[in-house]
Each structure stands twice: as structure tokens, then as C-alpha cells.
Design a protein around this ligand. Structure first.
Ligand code: COA
Length: 217
């Protein structure tokens, strides 16, 4: 059997995205943001997602329909459900992961976010991870951000998000032996446009590291 096709991760600068037509439900979701700039950011990310999926499926972006998994993971309904995707955004950037070889998850955080995780260790680290964390604050913050992004990517690939407690499993390198998560592997994403961010992707163990490309409108 040939190896599964690698996945692709698309880097999006929401300020550069031309708005696409959104559904009434999406417009309602955007209208729930308190600040207009947050609504604009969300619309831009959703527009980019529609364009990326439209390109991949050779469909008009406005024709894309979304289903939601049990824990809120957006999915494509049949007949397009073999194309899997996941999205992550932070203030200035977003990532969309695409795969036709199994579920994927992605997490993107600003590289300086690690400091804010100091003191929150027990909220997401397994006791075995807690015992192995470095003491020095800088190294500890970097290790915490690595764990956070890896765990969030894994839990987003599974589709539970944080409803499966991240402190309930420990990571050994890029894998975990948690029964629901052991089919996945984590990849750190490197790209010049991600120099100020930390990003991790999770996909099926047999899947190669995704290629990382920039979104162009
Ligand atoms: C998934 C989750 C970790 C995302 O956290 P976040 O801080 O918003 O982080 P990100 O920017 O990385 O991801 C957001 C995107 O993940 C996707 N997403 C939402 N729920 C998801 C899930 N269960 N699994 C995978 N991806 C999910 C969506 O595309 C969302 O973007 P959107 O709001 O523009 O549609 C978090 O929302 C979560 O744990 N949700 C599930 C737990 C739950 O049931 N919460 C109650 C919700 S009512």
C-alpha cells in the first residue's frame, strides 16, 4: 500500500483575506463578538477556510456546508467527508490543516505565551510531565508551551478538544500511549512566517510531516 498522502498546512494572515460569502449561521456567530475587530478576524479566518476548502474540492466557497462533531469540531458532511481539516487562530495569524488521509488537529500560539502558563502546570500536565519540567522559568515556560500546543493539537485531531482532560495523558516525544490518542503523532511546524509563533500539527501516526504553505488570495 502506498504511504498516505501528507497533509498540508496553510498559513493565513487574516488582514490580507478578502471576505467570502458566509452563511447566515456564520454571520450570527460573527455578530456575537463584543469587539468589531474580533468579528472581522473571525470572518476573515472563516472566509479563508471556505476558499481553501473550495479550492481543494473544486467547489464554490459559498457552497461549502459544515457539520459539527459531538464536541464542536467543524467537519465536512458527505460526500466530502474524506477531506479532513482543522483550524487554529491567534490574534495575528491562523492555520488551516488539510488531509485526505485521516483526522488532523492543529494549534497555534504566540511564541511568548509560555510565561502565562507558569503556575498553571497542573491544569494540563500529567504528573509524569510535572516531574520532568525544568526549574528555570525560561526553560520551563518553553517546555510548557511545547506540551500545551502538542496536547491541544492531539485533542483537536481526536475532536474532543479539552473535554478530554489534557492532564490525563502524558507525552513521550511526539506520541502518547493514551488509548484514544495513540493513533496520532505530533509534528512541530517550521516556516519563516511562523518565526514568532509555536505551532503543532497532529495526524495519523503513519502520516508524514505536513507541507506548510502560505495562503494566497
Ligand atoms: C477545541 C478547543 C481546544 C479550541 O480552543 P481555542 O482556544 O478556541 O483554539 P483554536 O484557535 O486553536 O481553535 C479554534 C478552532 O478549532 C475548531 N474546533 C472547535 N471545536 C473543536 C473540537 N472539539 N475539536 C477540534 N477542533 C475544534 C474550530 O474550527 C475553531 O475555530 P472557529 O471557532 O473559527 O470555528 C476548545 O474550544 C475546546 O476544547 N472545545 C471542546 C470542549 C467543549 O466541548 N467545550 C464547550 C464548547 S460549547
Amino acid at each position: 500500500m502506498p504511504p498516505p498522502a501528507p497533509a498540508t498546512v496553510v498559513i493565513i494572515d487574516p488582514r490580507q483575506v478578502e471576505a467570502a460569502a458566509l452563511s447566515p449561521a456564520e454571520e450570527q456567530q460573527a455578530a456575537r463578538f463584543h469587539f468589531e475587530q474580533d468579528a472581522r478576524h473571525w470572518r476573515a479566518c472563516r472566509s479563508a477556510l471556505r476558499r481553501i476548502l473550495g479550492d481543494a474540492l473544486a467547489l464554490d466557497p459559498a457552497a461549502i456546508r459544515f457539520d459539527l462533531g459531538e464536541h464542536g469540531k467543524p467537519l465536512l458532511p458527505p460526500p466530502h467527508d474524506l477531506l479532513r481539516f482543522n483550524l487554529s487562530h491567534c490574534r495575528d495569524l491562523a492555520l488551516v490543516a488539510l488531509s485526505s488521509a485521516g483526522p488532523v488537529g492543529i494549534d497555534l500560539e504566540p511564541a511568548d505565551r509560555g510565561g502565562s502558563l507558569l503556575g498553571c502546570e497542573s491544569g494540563f500536565c500529567h504528573p509524569a510531565e510535572l516531574a520532568a519540567l525544568p526549574e528555570r522559568p525560561e526553560a520551563r515556560a518553553a517546555a510548557l508551551l511545547e506540551l500545551w500546543t502538542s496536547k491541544e493539537a492531539l485533542l483537536k485531531a481526536l475532536g474532543t478538544g479539552m473535554s478530554l482532560p489534557p492532564e490525563s495523558f502524558s507525552l513521550a516525544g511526539d506520541r502518547t500511549d493514551h488509548p484514544r490518542l495513540r493513533e496520532f503523532r505530533v509534528h512541530r511546524l517550521d516556516h519563516p512566517a511562523l518565526a514568532r509563533h509555536v505551532a503543532r500539527f497532529a495526524g495519523p501516526v503513519a502520516m508524514a510531516a505536513p507541507r506548510v504553505v502560505s495562503f494566497s488570495t
